[in-house]
Design a protein around this ligand. Structure first.
Ligand code: NAP
Length: 245
């Protein structure tokens, strides 16, 4: 199966760092023009410059309806087409439910779940018009298993899974697929503060015997985004080295 994305336009949110940056790089390596979205134009541009000439940086807070509308207007003016959207931007604000402040709940749901909705809604218009599209949402194994101290994050990521399946049902007949990738524990800024005990737990309990790399996730995203994956929709592809088996 070929994995060329030449001639395609791909939007990746949260592309300044970590998993999103690896996803943006992987698409550019396969010939796609990639819009790298982050909260600041400086962060987005720095990533795009490092990725290469096929990448361009754009700034938007994905939880903000007006900023997302302006972003997709700018993307339309820049590219005039949209083939792949990767909803990767995400945050954590971990604490036990009893101590969780309203804003800890609201912000995580706003970025992870509302952001996925806002960007997908905006991307669907050009995709439906072109009768082709691939939406890939980055959820988490925590959305399936739950985690003490991460009720807000788990709820947001479980919500992303329900959203993914609904979009798949709504737009499949127009050539648009919508799938999710559920990473386990991947080496990025988000997991940099995990203690040694937790790292040991993962390496001892995941059959793969290691934490994941951002490229483990980008490989899965590219597979789901390929033209040849058009008969796969509404699925959650877990990429966790077997940790949740
Ligand atoms: P990360 O290194 O912390 O990077 C987060 C990215 O999201 C950054 O590019 C950040 O941009 C962007 N972002 C945050 N809030 C945003 C907003 N409001 N609007 C637009 N962009 C925003 O995280 P990561 O580990 O790569 O995680 C990427 C995704 O994978 C997330 O959805 C996360 O939940 C999921 N995931 C990660 C793991 C893991 O082990 N790392 C496991 C399961 C799932 P700025 O640089 O501008 O802040």
């Amino acid at each position: 199966m070929g994995m060329s994305f030449e001639g395609q336009v791909v939007v990746v949110t949260g592309a300044s760092r970590g998993i999103g940056r690896a996803i943006a790089q992987a698409f550019a390596d396969q010939g796609a023009r990639v819009a790298c979205v982050a909260t600041t134009i400086a962060g987005a541009k720095a990533a795009a410059e490092a990725i290469g000439p096929l990448a361009t940086g754009f700034a938007a807070d994905v939880s903000d309806s007006e900023q997302v509308a302006a972003l997709f207007k700018e993307l339309d003016q820049t590219y005039g087409q949209l083939d792949v959207l990767v909803n990767n931007a995400g945050i954590t604000r971990d604490t036990l439910v009893l101590r969780m402040k309203d804003e800890d709940w609201d912000r995580v749901i706003a970025v992870n779940l509302r952001g996925t909705f806002l960007c997908t809604r905006a991307a669907l218009k050009p995709m439906i018009k072109g009768r082709y599209g691939r939406v890939i949402n980055v959820t988490s194994i925590i959305g399936q298993t739950g985690a003490a101290g991460q009720a807000n994050y788990a709820a947001s990521k479980a919500g992303v899974i329900g959203f993914t399946k609904s979009v798949a049902k709504e737009w499949g007949a127009r050539g648009v697929t919508c799938n999710a990738v559920a990473p386990g524990f991947i080496e990025t800024d988000m997991t940099a503060d995990l203690g040694e005990d937790f790292r040991k737990h993962v390496t001892e309990n995941a059959p793969a015997g290691r934490l994941g790399a951002a490229t483990d996730i980008s490989n899965a995203v590219l597979f789901l985004a390929a033209k040849e994956s058009g008969y796969i929709t509404g699925q959650v592809l877990t990429v966790d080295g077997g940790l949740t088996l």
